[in-house]
Ligand binder design. Sequence first.
Ligand code: PRX
Length: 656
Amino acid sequence: MTEARLEAWLDETRSFAPSADFAKHANAQPSIYDEASKDPVAWWRTQADRLSWSTSPTKTLEWDLPFAKWFSDGTLNASYNCVDRHVEAGRGDKVAYHWVGDAEGETRTITYAQLQKFVAQAANALSELGVQSGDRVAVYMPMIPEAVITMLAIVRLGAMHSVVFGGFSADALSSRILDSDCQYVVTADGAFRRGAPSPLKPAVDEALQSCPGVKAVLVVRRTGGDVTWVEGRDHWWHDIVDRQADTHTCESFPAEHKMFIMYTSGTTAKPKGIFHTTGGYLTQVATTYNLVFDVKADSDILWTAADIGWITGHSYIVYGPLINGVTQVMYEGLPDSGGRDRWWKIIAQNKVTTLYTAPTTIRTLMKWGHELPGAHDLSSLRLLGSVGEPINPEAWMWYRQYVGGNRCPIVDTWWQTETGAIMVSPLPGITATKPGAAMRPLPGITVDVVDNEGKSVGNGEGGYLVISEPWPSMTRGIWGDPERFKETYWSRFPGKYFAGDGAKRDADGDLWLLGRIDDVMNISGHRLSTTEVEHALVGHPAVAEAAVVGASDETTGQAIVAFVTLKLSADEAEKDQSGVIEELRVHVSKVISPIAKPRQIILTPDLPKTRSGKIMRRLLRDVAEHRSLGDVTTLMDPTVVNMISGLMDEHQNDND
Ligand code: PRX
C-alpha cells in the first residue's frame, strides 16, 4: 500500500455512527471495552464459560514469552462443544447447515441431531482405521458436509487435522503431509466447479508416492467416475463410515491439547505449520463470532463464504458458529456457478442474515454490476463482514449500498492464521464504522502501532501492527520449529508479537490496516510468499534466476509479477517468448497451486542487484506498478532496472 493511496483513502473517510437498530438488541454493551480492559485475563476467563468443560479451569493464563498456556487445568472435547451439547439441550432439530451445492437445486439440510450421528460414525470409522489421540490427519476435500464432519470427528478423537486447500497441487499436499507426518488422509474423488468435475484423488495418489508414512486414505464419492485405487490403503467413505454405529462416547482432553495445524506462507519458501490448541482457540472463536456478528442463534442464518481449507473456514464455518449453535449456509460452488447472480439467489432463497466474505470477491461481484443484487430480495441481510485483505473504500461503499441496502453495518475484521480468531474489528451497534478501516481491537485484545524502534505512534501516524499481550487463540507455535516461531514473530520488537502488517492510526485514533510489509503477498485474500513462487520458478530447468513481487491489482488486491532470467541464450528465448512464459506459468500452478500462477512474467537478461548481490525487489515492485523508480545508486548496474522497465512497458498486457 502506497502512502499516496492511503492518503486518498483518508481523504474519503466517512464515518457511520453505530446502527441504532443494533444498539437496541446488541449482544454487547459499550461498557464491554472498559470491563475487558480492567483485567483482560480475567475477562477471558469469563468468556471461557461459553464452552462446556468437563473440568472447569482454575488457571487462566501462564505466560512464558512467547509460549502461552490458557485454561491449562481445564478439560473438554471440541466436537462435544460443537455438536452434542446442543442436542442434549433439546436443540437437536435445529438446522446446523443448509448446504448448497455447486449445481442449482442441489441442497442438503443437516440438523444438529443428524450432525451428531454423522460425526459419531466418522469418528468410529477413523478409530477403526487406527486414528488415535495425537495423530495428524490430512484433509483434502471440497466444500461438502463431509469436510466439516471429518474435522469434527478428528478432533473428537483428540487427533489433529491438517486441512490442505483443495486447490493446492500434489507437491504442496505432499510437503504438508511430510512436514507434520500425517498418517491418514481424508479426501474425495473430486469436486464440482461450475458444473464440471475437478478431480482430487489423482493429486492425493501423486502426493503419496513420496509419503510412505500414510497408512490409510478415506475417500468420499462426490463426482463419480473412475478413480485409481490402492488396495489396502484406500477406503470408500460409503463402505466404511456408513456401516458404523451412530453413537460415540467422547473423551475429554486438556485445554492445551493440540487441535489442528494450518499451513500458511511466510517469508521463506517453506510454508509454516501453524498449530492451535483446544481451550483457548475455542474460547476466542466462540466469543468473537458471538460479538462481532452479534449472533442471534434463534433467528440468524449466517453465511461465511470461505473455504474450509483456510483459517476463516475453520474458525467461522466450523468451530465458532457450531459452538454458538447457529444455522448456517455452506456453499460448495464459485460465485458464478450457475450464473453471476448465484450469490444473491442463495441469500434470497435462504433468507441469509449475515454475510462474511473477502474484498476480492466483493470487487468481482461489483464488476458484474449492481443490477444483479438489485434484482433479488436481500432484505433478510442485517450484517456484512469483510476479511482477508484491506478493503478499499469503493468496494466497502458498494457492499454497504447494493448488498446491505445502506442499513447493514459492515465489520471489517483483521486477523491471521496465527491469531486464530478476529483481533481488530468494529462491534456492530457499538462502534462507528469507516469505509476501509478495521477500527479498534476487540475487547480483551491489546494491539499497538509502533515505529521502527518499537515506540507507539501518535494519531495520524503509521507504522507496524503489533499485539502487545497474549490472547487465548494465539498460535502455540510452528510445527516442529520453535526457534523459527520466536524469530519470525517475537524478535523484531522484543516482547511483542509482530504481525507483518503495516497499519496507521487516523486522527481519531482508529486503525487502518495497510497490507503486508514483508515478502508475503496477498492474492485474492490468499497468502503466498514471494520466495515460495521464486523457488517454484527456479525449479524449472530453463530458469536461471527469478524475482517475484506482488503488484497492486484492481480485482485480486495484489497479483504476482515475476522477473525471470533464463538459462537459454537470448536468441533461443527470443524465438519462443510466449511459449516459455506460458510453460512457466503452468509450472508454478502445478508446483504450488493455480492461485500462485503469475499474472505476468517478464523475461529479462539480468536482475537489479545491490553491490553485495541482493536482488532489489523494492525497485522491481516500482517497475511492476509503473511508478517512477526510487534510489538506484546502490545498484551494481543501474542500467538493468531501466532495461527491465522498458521490457515491462513493452509486454504490459501480453500475459493477461
Ligand atoms: O495482511 C493481513 C491480511 O491477511 C493476512 C493474514 O492472512 P491469513 O493468515 O491467510 O488469514 C486471512 C484470514 C484471516 C494479514 O496479515 N488481512 C486479513 N484480514 C485483513 C487483512 N488486511 C487488512 N484488513 C483485514 N481485515
